[in-house]
Design a protein around this ligand. Structure first.
Ligand code: NAP
Length: 257
């Protein structure tokens, strides 16, 4: 297993849910951690928890990934404290479940800025140093919903942006591989977090929900494969996935009917 001791990893959306779980994984593997999220309180609590449990250095940077200046500050603070950024895990995300014709306009903005633009911008801010270092690992939290065609009902904007992110990540791998930089997309299934807590119907049968464990394993795998290997995509989906038509009942009336 590759030694990650002393490497620096930024994890966005790390105050709870999947992000907190994978920040713990990176800390367990010996990385120094830079965690980011908007709410300072839970972020600081997570930082203390990780510091005490794993005896690694943890920097908590309040950051709204929809704001370029916050992302610039995050990259700057990470470099200032640790000298370099070896690993970036883009994970911060929001959800919005609506029949398209009812979806609020402001949700489009927040989905694009958080779940897509926030990822691309932060990568752009760290990639030149990774190119200079001739090494780096970037993990993007995509979604297992991108495996569905057509995309799951009521998640069109969320899922289509994740499709875009998945395509971007794959393309970026080809552009970056000669620089020694690995790019991995993780496609999680429906996982028991605050994000899914707000989704109706899908989470009604909680026995179908995954815990974060499989995603933590996927992150550990991606970060510890041999140097000349890149896990391009890792899908860890529910054994009985709740996305398929029989499980998500189609209750909306068709506009033509
Ligand atoms: N849960 C699932 O079933 C599932 C499935 C597939 C993919 N995913 C993806 O996995 C990622 C994590 O989801 P999760 O389920 O762990 O969600 P979650 O429990 O709601 O946690 C989201 C995290 O992102 C942070 N965040 C949200 N908006 C932010 C912003 N503008 N700037 C900075 N941080 C922000 C939140 O902290 P603050 O609110 O304090 O900012 C929190 O730490 C998302 O990208 C999601 O799309 C989740």
């Amino acid at each position: 297993m590759r030694d990650l001791k002393g490497k620096t990893a930024i994890i966005t959306g790390a105050s709870r849910g999947i992000g907190k779980a994978i920040a713990s994984t990176a800390a367990r593997l010996g990385c120094n951690i830079v965690i980011a999220a908007r709410s300072e309180g839970p972020l600081k609590e997570t930082a203390e928890e990780l510091k005490n449990k794993y005896r690694v250095e943890v920097l908590a940077v309040p950051c709204d990934v929809t704001k370029l200046e916050d992302l610039e500050n995050l990259a700057h603070k990470a470099k200032e404290k640790f000298g370099r950024i070896d690993i970036l895990i883009n994970n911060a995300g929001v959800s919005s479940q609506y029949p398209f014709e009812k979806q609020p306009f402001e949700d489009f903005e927040s989905l694009v800025h958080t779940n897509y633009l926030g990822y691309v911008r932060l990568i752009r801010l760290v990639i030149n140093d990774m190119i200079k270092n001739k090494s780096g690992a970037i993990i993007n939290m995509v979604s297992g919903s991108t495996l569905c065609d057509p995309l799951p009902r009521n998640f069109l904007v969320y899922s289509s942006l994740k499709v875009g992110l998945r395509a971007f990540s794959k393309g970026l791998f080809w552009e970056m591989r000669d620089h020694g930089i690995k790019i991995t997309s993780i496609l999680p299934g429906v996982t028991d977090t605050d994000l899914t807590g707000k989704l109706q119907e899908i989470t009604a049968d909680t026995s179908r929900l995954m815990t974060t464990e499989a995603i933590e394993n996927a992150v550990a795998f991606a970060l510890t494969v041999p140097a000349n290997v890149c896990p391009l995509e890792i899908a860890v989906i529910n054994q009985q996935t709740p996305w398929t038509a029989p499980v998500i009942p189609f209750k909306q009336a068709h506009p033509d009917k």
